[in-house]
Design a protein around this ligand. Structure first.
Ligand code: 0O2
Length: 267
């Protein structure tokens, strides 16, 4: 197939990957701005390379004209979570969206693959508007923890290096490592509550500080300089005391002052 034709075929998939990345990154932002723990830690995306599509088509005896229908991971999104519980939260979140629908899903966490691979896979149907009109495409979403991702990345490179000929002892060591990853995920789950509390209070503090700084910056434009310097000094004093309650109180007072000057920051 000509390279130009490949470009045309892959273009809607590239658009879908871009849009989905924006949407999932927006979820992270929205949680953090609300001072809440985000079940999504990171998002990455890629369009399968032409050589990788051809390799898969050959492996699965798929005719070129059936590639789009039969290869469902031309567009791929990977969502990384901190904890196993977060994965199922993300699954629910995706199921409740109206801008994508689930075609199929596979839970390789409850039923891990023989290789030791663990991850939650979803095939979604997603609508894109291209230069040539609307198109409904399939995309694969892989959802896994940081630890699962570490294992899968290492194992994937070794698979690539050895193709079908991975030495037995290496395969066994990878199985052992996969078991260790399960233990690590379990251990991390047992301290999830404490880690979430710490991250929540970090986010709340960061949001308040950002609000205060924007308010002070706006006040510089409209209020008496000496008064703003006094406010700023007071802010530094409270900031250094690391007292969240005081910081919250100061933020509210500053809001009232800013309101008086019509210099409130947008939330
Ligand atoms: P790449 O290079 O990751 O983009 P099949 O591909 O035949 O195994 P199927 O039904 O197409 O099966 O999809 P499945 O089993 O849900 O797996 C698709 C993708 O999951 C793979 O994509 C990998 O990304 C990942 N995956 C599945 N099994 C393993 C595994 O044992 N180890 C690792 N590291 N990853 C795995 P591709 O097509 O391999 O391509």
């Amino acid at each position: 197939m000509e390279i130009q034709l490949w470009r045309e075929i892959l273009e809607p998939y590239a658009l879908a990957v871009d849009e989905l990345m924006v949407k999932f990154n927006h979820i992270i932002e929205a949680y953090r701005k609300a001072g809440m723990y985000s079940p999504i830690e990171q998002v990455t995306g890629r369009v399968k390379t032409i050589s990788s599509i051809l390799e898969k088509a050959q492996k699965k005896s798929i005719e070129l004209e059936n590639i789009e229908e039969k290869i469902e991971d031309i567009a791929g999104i990977r969502i990384i979570c901190q904890f196993v519980d977060d994965i199922y939260k993300v699954v629910e979140l995706i199921k409740n969206r109206t801008d994508m629908s689930i075609v199929s899903d596979k839970d390789y966490i409850k039923n891990k693959k023989d290789s030791g691979y663990r991850s939650y896979h979803m095939i979604i149907s997603y609508h894109v508007e291209t230069l040539y009109g609307p198109k409904e495409i399939h995309a694969e979403i892989q959802i896994r923890t940081l630890a699962m991702n570490f294992w899968a990345t290492v194992e994937h490179s070794l698979q690539y290096k050895y193709k079908q000929n991975m030495p037995d002892n290496l395969r066994q060591r990878l199985h052992k490592a996969a078991d260790a990853i399960v233990t690590l995920d379990d251990e991390m789950s047992s301290v999830r509550g404490e880690i979430m509390d710490a991250q929540n209070s970090f986010n709340i503090r960061a949001n308040i500080v950002a609000d205060i700084l924007t308010n002070i910056q706006n006040l510089y434009k409209v209020a008496n300089k000496r008064e703003v310097v006094k406010i700023q000094d007071e802010f530094f004093r409270i900031y250094e005391s690391e007292d969240l309650k005081q910081l919250e109180r100061f933020n509210k007072e500053l809001d009232i002052i800013s309101e008086g000057y019509r210099a409130q920051s947008l939330r």
